[in-house]
Design a binder for this molecule. Structure first.
Ligand SMILES: Cc1cc2nc3c(=O)[nH]c(=O)nc-3n(C[C@H](O)[C@H](O)[C@H](O)COP(=O)(O)OP(=O)(O)OC[C@H]3O[C@@H](n4cnc5c(N)ncnc54)[C@H](O)[C@@H]3O)c2cc1C
Ligand code: SF4
Length: 584
């Protein structure tokens, strides 16, 4: 491992943004005009993404349509279609997840929380909680619970299991759920979104059609809902096409790695740790991260489970930062080790989340389409809460689309105002400046963060700026020295972690990861360490400094989306590829 080196770019600083991915978004991801009537599918509302937000939109729309036969008929044979790239809804969804219950209760008012637990997506109400500082790998100090970490009364859920439940509800209500289907292009005609195109299947490594080749299809829709989650492939194209990010702060991201453990003894409280360990404290590392440990009681099997994970802001500067390995280190802290003692890991996964909050949210509607959930940046990262915002946004989008279609109107703009006036708009506005100060590091940013929390968003005044994650100069530091050697019992390497996700990407599938393959060592090391799935490799004989070649083992990819924050691009893989999360 070399000491920090430079290759001369930006006054000796190596910045991932200077090595952008080979992508021409308007040309590749926007299709101008629909195929002829015989070659396309027509649906009423097309929802791209069968996660919590997209399915909440479907669930609400179908509730409204159930009482409105006339509109149901006007929407045609397929009133609501959901396009999901995973093998089943939930297959690509991952969260902590401690959820504020209100929006889900509103969406399914006839269900009790006991029934949620019997359905297998909810795992108990939070009755006790504790927050710790972890100054070192051995110490922990309990601190008073800061307001964003107050979770009393919230419910522990699995978004993966929740999505499968929502999928069943949607199908019972008459939705057509196209799983194993990626939406690869947004179709725009006369300045309006008129649907999406599904991706081809059965292409080889170089894009050549194989024996089982099936071409994609245009899906024409009266309304399109972009519910793609954290890094939205079509959402990104729509943002550029309709200039939806004009006047907003850039989006920034965080990366979370999670495990679920079956443990012999139940954990009696929800735990958060706020660092600084396992992240590095000095500001030059740019690392700000936190962890969670959530108790989960599986009512159906009686098993005691624990969800634990580590989230790090992708604004860090040390190229050797690895969320996967920092989580492995965290498990050896005495506080955690005693909770996991005698247990076994039953699930693993990784996913990025949008961290910019209120000021980074794009305009949420465009002609013919709306954006919901994480795709619209609706996450409060100070509290690590997005699930209830996804449900609210999906529901409000459904109501706005329903109103517009019923009245024969073509604008869905009322959705934007509905979000602004909702609990989601208000909560995100209140925490609008709470995370940006951490760009100065944990120590320098901490007091301002506390001020923003204590003043409920009134101070510091104005709008605090975000800097793009890929603009951060990277150096090759020593965070990697913290990573434990995997013992296969408590700590694991990346490949055995990917193995338990049920990842099923074909070995001869086309590469869906776009990165430059000849980049400065700092950039290559950033990708190598950051990727929780071990996708990027640097050849052993590569030079210690200067440009190196990068090997991309894209079939390991779990589609976490983090690469997009640090100079690359996750595009849609073939439908059905990737992990099959069950309980994350
Ligand atoms: C590590 C981590 C911990 C978190 N912890 C919490 C927590 O404790 N509490 C909380 O409230 N929130 C938490 N959040 C945030 C919360 O999980 C998210 O806000 C929420 O799950 C996002 O839901 P979504 O439906 O918008 O997106 P997603 O769940 O990402 O769903 C998007 C879906 O769209 C599909 N898709 C995307 N693009 C396409 C395409 N082009 N074609 C077809 N399908 C596509 C994906 O496969 C996926 O199924 C956490 C997030 C992370 C990453
Ligand atoms: S290659 Fe896949 S798993 Fe690895 S960082 Fe990129 S998106 Fe995440």
């Amino acid at each position: 491992m070399s000491a920090s080196s430079s290759n001369g770019s930006r006054n000796g600083k190596v910045v991932p943004a200077d090595f952008p991915p080979p992508v021409d978004s308007p040309k590749e991801f926007i299709k101008r005009g629909l195929d002829g009537e015989d070659e396309r599918i027509e649906v009423g509302v097309a929802i791209v993404g069968g996660g919590t937000a997209g399915l909440a939109c479907a669930n609400r729309l179908l509730q409204l349509l159930a009482d409105d036969e006339a509109l149901m008929e006007r929407l045609g044979e397929v009133p609501v279609a959901i396009v999901e790239k995973a093998k089943t809804c939930g297959g690509h969804n991952l969260s902590g997840a401690v959820m504020r219950p209100g929006p889900l209760q509103e969406l399914f008012p006839e269900m009790t929380r006991e029934e949620w637990r019997k359905e297998g997506f909810a795992f108990g109400e939070v009755t006790k909680e504790a927050v710790y500082m972890t100054p070192t790998s051995k110490l922990h100090v309990r601190i008073p619970t800061p307001p964003p970490f107050k979770n009393h009364g919230n419910e522990i859920v699995s978004v993966s299991a929740l999505a499968r439940f929502q999928q069943r509800q949607a199908e019972e209500g008459g939705a057509y759920v196209l799983t194993e289907t990626s939406a690869t292009q947004l179709i725009v005609e006369d300045g309006r979104v008129v649907g999406v195109r599904s991706g081809d299947k059965g292409r080889g490594k170089d894009g050549e059609p194989l024996g089982n080749f099936e071409p994609g299809t245009d899906i024409k829709a009266q309304a399109t809902v972009l519910a793609e989650g954290c890094w939205g492939h079509l959402t990104g194209a729509a943002i550029r096409e309709f200039d939806l990010a004009a006047g907003r702060e850039p989006q920034v991201w965080e990366l979370g790695v999670k495990e679920v453990w079956k443990v012999p003894k139940s954990l009696d409280r929800l735990i958060h740790t706020v660092g600084p360990w396992p992240a590095k404290l000095p500001g030059k590392y740019g690392q700000v991260g936190g962890t969670w440990l959530y108790p989960m009681k599986d009512e159906r099997t009686g098993d005691h489970l624990v969800s634990l994970g580590f989230v790090v802001g992708l604004e860090y500067a040390d190229a050797t930062t690895s969320a996967h390995d920092l989580l492995q280190a965290f498990k050896l802290h005495p506080l955690v080790r005693k909770i996991l003692e005698g247990g076994e890991r039953v699930a693993w996964g990784a996913k990025a989340l949008p961290g910019g909050g209120y000021w980074s949210m794009p305009k949420l509607s465009m002609p013919g389409a709306v954006i919901v959930g994480d795709a619209g940046g609706m996450v409060d990262t100070a509290a690590l809460k997005g699930v209830h915002h996804c449900i609210t946004s999906g529901k409000l989008a459904a109501e706005a689309i329903y109103r517009a279609l019923k009245a024969g109107e073509t604008s869905f703009e009322s959705y934007e105002y509905a979000i602004e006036d909702s609990s989601t708009g208000r909560e995100l506005y209140q925490v609008r400046n709470t995370r940006q100060p951490f760009q100065k590091g944990f120590l320098r940013g901490g007091p301002l963060v506390n001020l923003a929390i204590a003043s409920r968003g009134k101070l510091p005044p104005g709008r605090l700026a975000w800097h793009r994650n890929d603009e951060k100069p990277m150096f090759i530091g020593d965070t990697y020295k913290r990573y434990p050697r995997p013992d296969g019992r408590y700590t694991f390497d990346k490949l055995s972690s990917v193995f338990i996700t049920g990842n099923a990407t074909r070995d001869d599938a086309p590469n869906h990861i776009r990165v430059q393959k000849h980049v400065p060592r700092e950039v290559a090391e950033t990708w190598k360490w950051m990727c929780p799935a071990g996708v990027y490799e640097i050849p052993e004989d590569a030079p210690e400094s200067g440009p190196v070649d990068v090997i991309v083992n894209y079939t390991n990819c779990v589609q976490c989306g983090a690469i997009t924050a640090k100079g690359g691009r996750l595009t849609t893989p073939e439908g059905g590829d990737g992990p099959l999360y069950q309980i994350t």
